[in-house]
Each structure stands twice: as structure tokens, then as C-alpha cells.
Write a new protein. Sequence first.
Length: 337
Amino acid sequence: MHAVIPVSNAYNLRFAIDLQSHLVHCIQTIPRLLIGSVFRETDVTARSFLVTVLINNYNYGRFLREAIDSALCQTYPHLEVIVVDDGSTDESRDIITSYGQSLIAVFKDNGGQASAFNAGIAASQGEVICFLDADDFLHPAKVESVLPYCRPGSLIYHRLRMLPGPGIYPEAVGSGGNFYTYALKYRFIPFVAAPTSALAISRDLAQRLFPLPTRNVRSSADDFVVKGSALLGNVFGIPDVLATYRIHGANAWYGTREVKSAAFVRELEDYLNAKLVCAGKEPVIDFHRSMFARDVVPQSFPELATLALSVFRHHQDAVTLRFMLRTLIRASRCMLA
């Protein structure tokens, strides 16, 4: 004997199933609604929306082919792949030319990473630009996974798998947004994203940030991209692991606290303030009078005490109070040493 469901109960069951299906769809859509999108109406994978993958290379011939192949083999079809060679002296040029018309090659004299970024952006046509260091590689669905979270004025980053090792960086993504108010309080901003190969920027924001200064910026050009985006646009992180960062030789910064040169910091500070002025905002960046300068200023009582009091007088809150007390303790130890 089969159970018979009354018509009213059957209707309620169907309503419950439909409601559940609708709720699942809404939940899956929430991340895109919260972060926004540069796309409208239809699924992004069904639209001919051009994306640029910009590879910057200098003497990374031993890794370059894997980087290029990872860009060309993306599941999202509407791509242009640009490879900027920054005056390599190894086999890089031969590797790049072997791909023929499947990519756009830009060969230039050596000028550093910022100059390579500038050349690539100038040659690009995509409405979203995904950056890739030539010693790293993208995972196949990187572009397709990032696009639903992009919107005008945005920089998107994701997490990276570290090679060698099982590590993931960063361990978690931050809440994101615009950091100009933070800069008003604290005179500087942290690096609020992930390294180059995790970054995707909307074209309209890139046009506001580029070209980058090239003097004293041989590497770490992503500092300018990330911090400029955080001040002029919005930075958002997604938890997906969509590329692999290769740890080797001189680039093995992972797990260290890299200290930039004074010349680099001045260049960054001048650049950020100039961009803020162009945007009609107050030029508030002052690294050497910020909390971020504690390990950089001379480790003496006068210098540390002056920094501690300057930071707290500029903006009083729990963060600057804690900083002042800890820095004064360090200053006292320096005096007693």
C-alpha cells in the first residue's frame, strides 16, 4: 500500500521545496550582491567581456613558460595575455616569441617592475587586469572565479598557495573597503591585500593609478597598486586559492618583515599624496610620523618618544594609546641600555 498525501499537504510540500530552492539561490548570490559587479543581467561567463592577464618578467625564463601557459589555459575564454619582458638577458625572449600571435609581447629596456607594469597597462585593453609575476602561475579558474566580485573602482585579491610547502597566504582575507579614513587617523595604511599574482584591478581604477613612478621602484610595485587602490577605490579579498606563489632565492620574503629603503618609502609617500590631491582629498600620508615607522626610526629615547607622542597627539584612540605606551617602554629601555 502506498501512502497518499492530501492535496493540501502536497501543495505545502511543493511550496516548501520551492522556497528552499529560492533561499539556496539567494544565499549563493549574496557575495556578488555585497561586493558588486561590473557585469549586468547575464552570467559573466556567457559575455564577451575582455580581461587582461599581465605578466611581468625579468630573467625568469626557467619559470616563464608555466606562467604563460597558466594564463592561456584559463576557463574564461575572453582573454588577452600580455607579457612584458623587462630587458631579460636569459632565454626569456625566445620563449615569449615562440607563442606567436597567442599573446601580446612587449620588449623593453630594463627599468624595474613599476616600469614593466606601466608598459603592460599601456598595451592592455581589458576592463579587468589580472597581474601575474613570471615566476608564479595561475590556477585554471582564476579569472572566472574573480570576475563576479569585480566592480568599478575596485581591486580584488585572493589567497595564494605557496610553493614549496603546504602554506596558504594570507591565512585569511580582511573585511576590505576604502582606507582613506584610516589614513586620516594614522597617517599611513598597511598592505591590505596579497602579492602581485593575487591582484585583479578594474580598468577605471587602473587609469587613476597608472603610470607608477619608476625611480627607486625596482621591485615591490604592488605596494603602489594596493595602497593607491585602498585610498582611491575599494579593496576586497576573496578566500579562494587561485594562484601559486613560488618561493625561491631573492624573492623568499614569505615569513619575513621586509623593510623598504628610505628612497622607496619617499617615492611611495609622494605618489600617494599626489594621487590624493588629484582626487580632491587631503594629502595625509606621512610614514615617518606614523605607527608604521617604529622599527625604522633610530632606536633612541628621543626619536622613539617623539614618535610615540606625535602619533597619539594626532589622533587619540585605543590603538594610538597602546602604541604610545609600548613605544615609550621601548624608548625607556633604549635609554637604560
